[in-house]
Ligand binder design. Structure first.
Ligand code: PLP
Length: 396
């Protein structure tokens, strides 16, 4: 509404976060209607703030403004957080430099065929992965609350990307950081974490809920803050405010209307946010969501089966199809991606390509489809997988 007064959201002291279901419910209305009605939030400034922060608004209206406010007026389509010249005056600002991460129309086949619009998250600075944004929000939330100083440091269980991103941020903030490393974590990742100054605690077993609970107990016993990416709503917040909003703005700029989303799931933060945002934003003809997980007993770095516990996927009110991938298929997907596009996704990105190829063969994806995905990290991180991918089926 013209004549309305606004304040930058970044200048407002955050109120306590209401329940995530309530925030998502309101966010879905704003994304569907593409406008925000301040009169819905009388006496609920807390809810108004968090809805706007989650969807990726730049400003918050002061008062009722006499009617609804469009997404344009909320600064949803402007990347004001980002310096177009990519100048960062502090390494901490790198998290927003060079953004948005590129959205690229990748090919599934060497020539022709449907496009796979892929957002390349290895363009993030610290962990070279999708997890920088999450780590940053987790840290930001506790810093904003002013609570970090009451702890001796932080502890998180992670085998790779989240741990590395948190280790970088901890180094920048001068915070002690301990990573609990499951037994399958690679020695290279352990060295990187050590180089960043993180303390390491190796434990037996994978990242199961038991391990997450064990780390919570360790944190309480040692006065450490445990961000816990598996349950902390800062995870889905980071992906809604940044990853998903960037995607919507980039697709709009490219004139692309998504018909399918193929998304991998680990904590489910990325997939839940992207599926939620795009399904609601394109509510008149929503894209179909396909969630990619490892087949039973298969190991694909960064992703896991849904029954191992995901917080947000069944909270977003979106129907989805699940596709299971073997490691061998994911490696073949890495090779398809590399040969058709000259860029090498990590193993979970390879799993996306494997599913896209499968759906193409089944006729679920056709030439007219606009398929959207997020590639979490780069194949350069996985030398063993690159070696194995050379021997994947069909190698000529
Ligand atoms: N792929 C890789 C390489 C990852 O590191 C992760 C998360 O750590 C994922 C996929 C899954 O992302 P999310 O936890 O948002 O589901």
């Amino acid at each position: 509404m013209s004549g309305c007064r606004y304040e930058r959201l970044s200048g407002v002291k955050p109120p306590a976060l209401p329940g995530i279901r309530e925030v998502l419910g309101e966010a879905s209305i704003v994304l569907r209607e593409k406008r925000f009605d301040p009169s819905r939030y009388k006496g609920r400034g807390d809810l108004a703030y968090w809805v706007l922060r989650f969807i990726g608004a730049d400003v918050i209206p002061l008062g009722e403004c006499g009617g609804p406010i469009t997404l344009e007026e909320l600064g949803f389509y402007r990347f004001t957080d980002y310096d177009p010249y990519s100048v960062a005056r502090d390494p901490l600002d790198l998290v927003l430099a060079g953004k948005p991460t590129p959205l690229v129309a990748l090919r599934l086949e060497r020539r022709g065929g449907p496009r796979l619009w892929a957002k390349l998250e290895w363009y993030n600075p610290y962990s070279l992965s999708v997890k920088d944004r999450v780590a940053w929000q987790l840290v930001k939330l506790i810093l904003e609350g002013g609570e970090l100083s009451s702890y001796e440091g932080m502890v998180e269980v992670s085998s790779s990307n989240t741990g590395i991103a948190l280790a970088s941020l901890s180094a920048l903030l001068g915070v002690n950081f301990k990573v609990v490393l499951p037994s399958h974590a690679s020695i290279e990742n352990e060295r990187i974490l050590r180089l960043l100054g993180a303390g390491i605690e190796r434990v037996c077993g994978g990242i199961t809920w038991e391990l997450v609970e064990e780390v919570k107990r360790m944190a309480a016993g040692q006065r450490l803050y445990n961000p816990d990416q598996y349950s902390n709503d800062g995870n889905i917040l980071a992906h809604l405010r940044f990853t998903a909003r960037e995607l919507i703005v980039q697709l709009r700029h490219a004139g692309v209307k998504p018909s399918k989303l193929i998304l991998v799931s680990g904590t489910s933060g990325t997939a839940s946010a992207v599926s939620f945002a795009l399904t609601n934003y394109y509510n008149e003809e929503p894209p179909e969501t396909v969630i990619v997980v490892p087949a039973p007993g298969e190991k694909i770095e960064g992703i896991r089966r849904l029954e191992s516990g995901v917080k947000w996927l069944d909270m977003i009110g979106v129907d989805y199809m699940v596709e299971e991938v073997t490691r061998r298929e994911a490696l073949e997907g890495m090779r398809i991606a590399a040969r058709a596009n000259g860029v090498i996704p990590g193993v979970s990105g390879g799993a996306v390509f494997a599913v896209a190829k499968r759906l193409r063969e089944r006729g679920v994806i056709s030439g007219g489809d606009e398929v959207i995905t997020i590639i979490p990290d780069s194949g350069f991180k996985y030398p063993e997988a690159v070696k194995a991918a050379l021997g994947a089926p069909g190698e000529g």
